[in-house]
Design a protein around this ligand. Structure first.
Ligand SMILES: [Zn+2]
Length: 628
């Protein structure tokens, strides 16, 4: 018997349950009895305990108050200082979404305001935090989700049916295997396919941003068939983990994507930017904004620690990865727990300005798949304090000789870390020179402001008091147009944070062309420079830089100072990686090393084997490993 039928059997007749629906792994019951809607909480809580599933009660459309009347009621109940910006009613799901800049105030003491709304309108209110920093693009992403609640209800129900009602496999065999479609012995195009008797799940779907050659994962591998794919999990928003996702939708994928809320927003932003950069490089983008929109529509977001079934035999939990906003370690529980896999994605095992270090305690782990960007024995990074001082010293010296500082940044991660460091330094030393922010960075900062619960306590508290929010500091000036950029290029000493982070296109390259010749200026790398990227070539000592200019290839001599500050990295360095194996509980039986240059993967795999006496392996792309 289906789980829904079993649940319904336990609910009293007069509850008047009129319909039910899955929302992914959650079960929603709709009632025509307003009394039961308002007071049936205890019965539902008991069912949740008994069935170990999330069960939610909502009012049937038939007993919802009229839309206009409801909006008016909500406006009445909401205190002025909650700063409500939008109220969206979704009749198909009986949901009233309230966007507010002060969600705590909107919810009221112990949820009092929400209780009143439920009582007076029978709609189920949901409060979402609206960023204090205006960003058109994040508003657009949310609106896509609100657009068609009917379609969303059907989609979520279909996922639930797959999880609870359609078992494909008839065997009792227990096996799991993982295929590496990208990101093995390389940094870029991370993509893993997990197969079990019941499931086919893609973990990450990235592109190789540093190089045009071998840019996409091996979706041509014989074991991959887009029509059989049950789910996609995205560990974090960086394009080398998420950049190929819209392509799946372009070629017919209609299933769910699991990730955190900030990952959904940031990756959409980066994917849109990727299309833009392709356009300006005169190459044809591999997908369109419609494909990105479809990916957003099919995304099911999870909180850290929220346990969710995604197929009949796979259950996942995301944990803090400490790498960028919303980044996660993916814990995968297979079958009745007969195998547990932890995939780190990119992670950091030390606290940073913005984030807490990654989680290291899990219920069970047999196999660990770990990144190794800084895995080789010479990849020991400076302490953060040292790196921060290096940065501020370079800035101080450059400004003193009337030069300009260019820091190429990935839109998300180091950019915000560097912003926090510079904001503090500039305000403490009363430096009045502007810090220009160009490219995606601004919108990403807005997303940080929308999800303070994903940040560490210190920053979270600052964001709650707007005058202390570092991202809102007047030191930062947004560069929004070509004209504004020209003013920066012609203007005096300044600091510029611009995307892309590896100088592979975008505004950072525009600034470099202009700043390169003057030896008063400084170029500062704070993040990993991929093999083949312009950033990597400059690090290796290239003194002439070749650009694709308006009149074909142009060469500019590089006279500006070049600095690399590796300590800002959002990745665990060699010591942190080894320390992670010391600290992780329980210790895995097998460690698979990915996401590093070949030498780093092999070096780390061999060191971990010697130190911990566990089985280690550094697979190549297209290898498959049986986990059990
Ligand atoms: Zn990353």
């Amino acid at each position: 018997m289906s789980i829904i039928k079993e649940i319904l059997k336990k609910i009293p007749q007069d509850a008047m349950i009129s319909s039910h629906s899955y929302e992914g792994a959650n079960i929603v019951l709709y009632t025509k009895n307003p009394k039961f809607f308002l007071h049936g909480g205890d019965i539902i809580r008991k069912l949740v305990e008994e069935f170990k599933k999330r069960i939610e009660l909502r009012a049937d459309q038939a007993v919802l108050k009229d839309v206009e009347e409801t909006k008016k009621k909500i406006e009445e109940v909401m205190p002025k200082d909650a700063e409500v910006t939008q109220i969206i009613l979704q009749p198909a799901r009986s949901l009233a979404i309230i966007e507010s800049k002060k969600p705590g105030v909107a919810i009221g003491k112990e949820g009092e305001n929400l209780r009143v709304i439920k009582e007076k309108t029978h709609w189920t209110p949901l409060v979402r935090r609206e960023s204090v920093i205006p960003s058109q693009i994040t508003t657009n992403i949310r609106n896509v989700l609100y657009e068609n609640s009917d379609e969303r209800r059907k989609f979520l129900n279909k996922i639930g049916e797959r999880i609870y009602e359609t078992k494909r496999s008839t065997t009792e065999e227990k096996w799991a295997r993982i295929s590496f479609l990208g990101g093995a012995r390389q940094v870029g195009r991370s993509c893993l396919l997990l197969q079990t008797p019941e499931s086919k799940i893609l973990i990450d779907c990235g592109i190789n941003v540093a190089s045009d050659k071998h840019a996409y994962p091996y979706l041509t591998a014989p074991e991959f068939n887009i029509a059989d794919l049950d789910a996609v999990i995205i560990s974090h928003a960086h394009l080398d983990h998420s950049g190929f996702l819209p392509y799946l939708f372009k070629y017919g994928y209609t299933g769910p994507v699991y990730c955190t809320e900030p990952t959904r927003d940031v990756m959409s932003l980066l994917q849109l930017d990727y299309i833009q950069v392709s356009h300006s490089a005169a190459t044809k983008p591999i997908y369109s904004s419609t494909d990105i929109k479809n990916a957003v529509k099919n995304t099911i977001t999870l909180e850290y620690g929220e346990v969710t079934d995604i197929t009949p035999d796979v259950r996942i939990t995301l944990y803090n990865g400490g790498h960028i906003l919303g980044s996660s370690l993916v814990h995968i529980h297979i079958g009745e727990g007969w195998h547990n896999l932890l995939y780190t994605g990119d992670f950091k095992f030390k606290d940073t300005q913005l984030l807490n270090k990654s989680s290291s305690m899990f219920p069970r782990v047999e196999t660990l798949i770990m990144e190794s960007t800084y895995g080789s024995h010479d990849n020991v990074l400076e302490e953060r304090g040292v790196s921060e001082k290096m940065l501020t010293d370079i800035v101080k010296k450059t400004l003193k000789r009337k030069g300009k500082v260019l820091v190429p940044v990935l839109g998300v991660g180091r950019a915000q870390e560097v912003m926090v460091v510079l904001e503090k330094f500039f305000s403490e030393n009363k430096i009045k020179v502007p810090i220009y922010i160009d490219g995606m960075v601004w919108d990403v900062s807005a997303i940080h402001n929308a999800y303070p619960r994903f940040l560490n306590k210190e920053i979270r508290e600052k964001i709650f008091y707007e005058d202390k929010d570092p991202f809102l500091s007047k030191i930062f000036k947004q560069v929004g147009s070509r004209k504004e950029r020209d003013l920066v290029l012609e203007g005096g000493p300044c600091v510029v944070l611009a995307t892309s982070g590896m100088l592979t296109g975008g505004p950072s390259v525009e600034y470099l062309k202009n700043f390169a010749e003057d030896k008063k200026n400084s170029l500062v790398f704070v993040s990993y420079q991929g093999e083949g990227s312009l950033g990597n070539k400059i690090q290796k000592g290239d003194k002439d830089i070749v650009f694709e200019g308006a009149k074909g290839m142009e060469t500019t001599p590089l006279n500006m100072e070049v600095h690399t500050i590796p300590g800002f990295s959002g990745h665990a360095d060699r010591n942190e990686l080894i320390n992670y194996i010391h600290k992780i509980k329980p210790r895995p039986k097998k460690i698979i090393i990915v996401h590093g240059e070949s030498s780093s993967c092999l070096d780390l795999a061999s060191s971990l084997h010697k130190t911990f006496k566990v089985e280690t392996v550094a697979p190549r792309n297209l290898d498959s490993i049986r986990l059990r």
